[in-house]
Structures are given as C-alpha cells and as structure tokens.
Design a protein around this ligand. Structure first.
Ligand code: GDP
Ligand code: MG
Length: 297
C-alpha cells in the first residue's frame, strides 16, 4: 500500500505547484502510476536523489559504503496517483560488476514495469572508465537495450566551479558527452542511433548547502531549479512514444542459452562426418592395405 505523499508539502510553493502540474499530465493521460528505477555505482548519490524527489528522508543515505544491500521501493500516493521509486544498491564491488547484486535487483523487479530508468553518476568526476561501461553493459544485458529509450542520466554534485577556466555550461556538456559515449559502447548502440539523441542529462545538487532562488527553490550554478526540472524530464521520458519495460521471467532468464547456436548443429555434424570420420576411415583402410600380409594368409 502506498502512503500519502506528504513530503510534497516540504517543497517551496513554486516547486509544489510545478510538481502537481506534472502529476496532472499523467492523470490527463489516464495513467495511475509511475515507476522509476534508480541505478548506478555506489556512493554517487542515488538514495539522496530519491529523497530529494520525494521531499522526505525515505531511504537511507550514507557517506560510507554501508548501503542496504538490497533494492527498496518507496511508494507515495497523491490524489489517486502513485509514484514508485526503486532505489538500488550500487552494483559495483572491488572494480567489478557484482553479479549477485544484479541478480537480486532483477528478482526484485520481477513483474514490475519500469517507466523510467535514472542512471546516476557524479558531475564532478573527470573521467569515465571501463567500469562505467561494464555497468551500462550489465544494465543492457539485464533489461534489453530498449531500456535506454526510458533512460535519464542524472549527474549529482552539480554545484561546482569548473576547472581550467571552463564555463559551467561547457564543463557539464563535456562531462555529459563523455558519459554518453560510454553509454553508447556499453549499450551496443550504433553511432547513428547514439543515446545522445534521446537520453536527456539532468544536473542535480543534493547537498543541503545547495543555493536557492528567491522562491526558496534549490538552484544550480546555471540558475535552474533542479527538482522541478528533473521531475519534468522524468515526465517527458515516461510519456514518450517508447514502451515501458515489463520485467518478466523471460527477461530475467535472458536469451535461452540452450537455443543459442542450435542452427549450427547439423553443420557441425556434417563437418565431423566428412572431414573427421571419413578421414579416419581412409586412414585405417590405407593402413590395412600397407600392412604386409602375414604368412598364414
Ligand atoms: P548512493 O550510494 O548512490 O545511494 O549515494 P548516497 O545518496 O548514499 O550518497 C553518498 C554520499 O554522497 C552521502 O554522504 C551524500 O550526502 C553525498 N551526496 C549525495 N549526493 C550529493 C550531491 O549532489 N552533492 C553533495 N555535495 N553530496 C552528495
Ligand atoms: Mg544508496
């Protein structure tokens, strides 16, 4: 059962108005619920972002890696509309994707429909590496590459002063570009259908020290009130023309491993018969022919 979304009252009035307007869009489209899946490395600010969207401390946040090792779904209801947010533990451990953690997430998601995937990372990381690609690959292999049509890249720690005299816009654009490139290779999208064409990037600052505008809304260095902006982007992606992702048993099991390569079996048998069996037979025949006849013969 979903609890009443009381956290919405903790937002400044301007944010509340905007959020209710966005929820209204779902109701206009006769949709009763929205399910958002949050994934990414550990410690990047996934849980903090969940709490900021809800306007309350719904999930545990930790500066150290004491993440609850299992996914949590928080459900909040507002005039007949239910918002579900699924927070997950980071799926990386010791430099590798933790397969067990991933399986746990997949099992948790069984029979749920994902309307939006928030892929969370930090804005203030300067490089993307193989690990980022592994995570993206793991997500793609788990839910199919269509999941990225429901994707939003969220970059936290966005209240920063860019290095090297770069402007804030330039810095965030470059960081987004670098990350989207990794998403492309990890999700096996070809360049012409690059994720950059449709996966939006949203900047977020979860810190309580985040600057505010005259309406008391948390703003980024570029002046954007980020909570309404994030929720608006989520709304756009949730209602775009791509289908939401239903996590069923088939998706969890992955492509049937037994069926893979079945088509090659007759070919392999034929190859074995003509090149190996025939070869060996000939070899034996030759051998017999060559053998000196024994005296009794
Ligand atoms: P998770 O492991 O991805 O769920 O990350 P958490 O939300 O638990 O955050 C890890 C740490 O980073 C906590 O100490 C948070 O307070 C901090 N944190 C998260 N997001 C931000 C952010 O946008 N800005 C700043 N300054 N700190 C953040
Ligand atoms: Mg967390």
């Amino acid at each position: 059962m979903a609890r009443e979304w009381s956290g919405i009252q903790n937002f400044p009035l301007a944010t509340q108005t905007k959020l209710l307007e966005l929820l209204g869009e779902f109701k206009n489209k006769e949709r009763q619920s929205l399910t958002v899946l949050v994934m990414g490395k550990g410690g990047v600010g996934k849980s903090s972002t969940v709490n900021c969207i809800l306007g309350e401390r719904a999930v545990a946040v930790s500066a150290f890696q004491s993440d609850v090792p299992r996914p949590v779904m928080v459900s909040r209801e507002r005039s007949g509309f239910t918002l579900n947010i699924i927070d997950t533990p980071g799926i990386v451990e010791g430099g590798y994707v933790n397969d067990q953690a991933l399986q746990l997430i997949k099992r948790f998601l069984l029979n749920k429909t994902i309307d939006v995937l928030l892929y969370v990372d930090r804005l203030d990381s300067y490089r993307v590496d193989n690990l980022d690609m592994q995570i993206v690959k793991a997500i793609t292999e788990s839910f199919g590459k269509e999941i990225w049509h429901k994707g939003v890249v969220v970059l936290t720690h966005a209240q920063l002063t860019p290095p090297d005299c770069l402007s804030y816009e330039e810095f965030s654009a470059r960081r987004s570009e670098a990350l989207l490139k990794v998403l492309d290779s990890g999700s096996r999208f070809k360049r012409r259908e690059s994720l950059a064409h449709y996966v939006p990037v949203v900047l977020v600052e979860n810190s309580s020290r985040c600057n505010k505008n005259d309406n008391e809304e948390k703003i980024l260095p570029n002046g954007i009130a980020w909570i309404p902006n994030l929720v608006e982007t989520i709304t756009k992606v949730a209602t775009n023309e791509s289908k939401s992702i239903l996590v069923d048993q088939k998706l969890i099991d992955g492509p049937d491993a037994n069926a893979r390569g079945k088509a090659f079996i007759p070919l392999i048998l034929a190859f074995q018969y003509f090149f190996i069996v025939k070869g060996v037979q000939k070899w034996i025949k030759d051998d017999i022919a060559k053998e000196p006849k024994s005296s009794w013969e």
